[in-house]
Design a protein around this ligand. Structure first.
Ligand code: SF4
Ligand code: SF4
Length: 349
């Protein structure tokens, strides 16, 4: 028998804004959602599960990840229950459930805790600079090592175990039988969705937003490669230097557009922005911008006497790598891609 948690909606509200009690179960949201199908029907089912406190049903469900937040259901809900925001809220809640460290939940639920973590990083970077006697060359060299080891460490100790937990909840606990060979046959689903997010094109009038996201993902991944593998801030290759300039410019232009849309609240998804949404877009913007300025300082021989600029970039980088990537909104990129993969596995008869 399904277990009911009567306090579930109170808990869920800590992860976002919506009003499930307003829902009178008309089903209009499911009817207007272009991504909802007979096999994968949402968001009404998710609203019902939330209202009833069916926590386990939600934890084993992939449906919150199948929504790309076009906002159509929220705009047309006759009771202003904001089902689209509920789906977003459930994604944050699920992220916290997958995370074995429990830090995701803590950061999502408490803005003061998030700010404390960000401040601790500032203190750590200043302490590190002081420990190294503000030696520019050494600090930049170690900063590059940090980029390499933080990616490997975060993936191995946080993200990989969390993906395994997600698999356990949504495949094993959900009672889905998947043949071993099917995991290999369907792996392309993971790769295609990770790099293209093509399902988002199924949302009405979403082509521009999909394109902006695609450019951002390509810009972000290629800047990561250029910085970490090609050592953009340390190289003397003209080609790599210009490549990095273009990639970082793309990131801060696209993220500036995202921030502008959020401030204007022109789209439904921008109306209920959670602090974690802001952190994601602002830090991505700052990463592109500060990397761009540091490289200019290097090229005009100003970095030696202006280490503060690199320390600002390093602070943004460490906050991004140790807070936002493992515990914040960045994980949605990963979990959504795996959700598409697991969903494809479930559908193999
Ligand atoms: S969330 Fe709104 S549209 Fe959806 S079932 Fe409830 S009242 Fe109807
Ligand atoms: S936000 Fe869009 S994709 Fe998500 S459930 Fe609502 S209508 Fe469907």
């Amino acid at each position: 028998m399904a277990k009911i948690n009567p306090k579930f909606t109170d808990e869920l509200k800590k992860y976002g804004a919506f009003d499930t009690n307003a829902c009178y179960n008309c089903g209009h949201c499911t009817a207007v959602c272009s991504l909802s199908t007979e096999d994968d029907s949402f968001p009404r089912e998710m609203v019902r599960f939330s209202v009833l406190g069916l926590e386990e049903n939600l934890k084993t469900s992939l449906k919150p990840w199948l929504c790309y937040y076009c906002g159509e259901c929220s705009e047309t809900c006759p009771r202003q229950a904001f089902p689209g925001e509920l789906m977003m809220t459930l994604r944050r809640w699920l992220t916290a459930k997958y995370d074995w460290t429990k830090l995701s939940g803590l950061l999502y639920k408490s803005l003061p805790v998030s700010i404390t973590f960000f401040l601790l990083v500032i203190a750590a970077v200043i302490g590190f600079g002081s420990y190294e006697n503000f030696d520019t060359e050494k600090i930049m060299h170690l900063g590059h090592y940090f980029e390499m080891f933080s990616i490997a460490g975060v993936f191995a100790f946080i993200l990989l175990p969390n993906i395994i937990r997600m698999w356990y909840f949504t495949i094993v606990k959900a009672g889905v039988k998947v043949k071993f060979v099917t995991y290999f046959k369907k792996i392309w689903e993971l790769i295609v969705h990770m790099f293209t997010q093509k399902r988002a094109l199924g949302c009405d009038d979403n082509q521009l937003r999909w394109f902006e996201h695609l450019i951002l993902v390509i810009g972000y991944l290629s800047l990561l490669f250029t910085t970490v593998v090609l050592d953009w801030l340390g190289t003397e290759s003209t080609f790599i230097i210009w490549l990095g300039y273009v990639e970082s410019a793309v990131i801060f232009v696209v993220t500036f557009i995202f921030m502008y849309e959020r401030v204007k609240k022109s789209k439904e998804l921008a109306r209920h922005a959670h602090p974690s949404d802001w952190f994601f877009v602002i830090w991505l913007f700052l990463m592109g911008l500060t990397a761009f300025i540091v490289r200019i300082f290097i090229d005009v021989d100003l970095i030696e006497n202006n280490l503060w600029m690199y320390l600002i970039h390093l602070t943004v980088l460490v906050q991004w790598a140790l807070i936002i990537v493992p515990f914040g909104k960045w994980t949605h990129f990963l979990y959504r891609s795996f959700a598409m993969y697991f969903d494809a596995l479930k559908k193999v008869k």
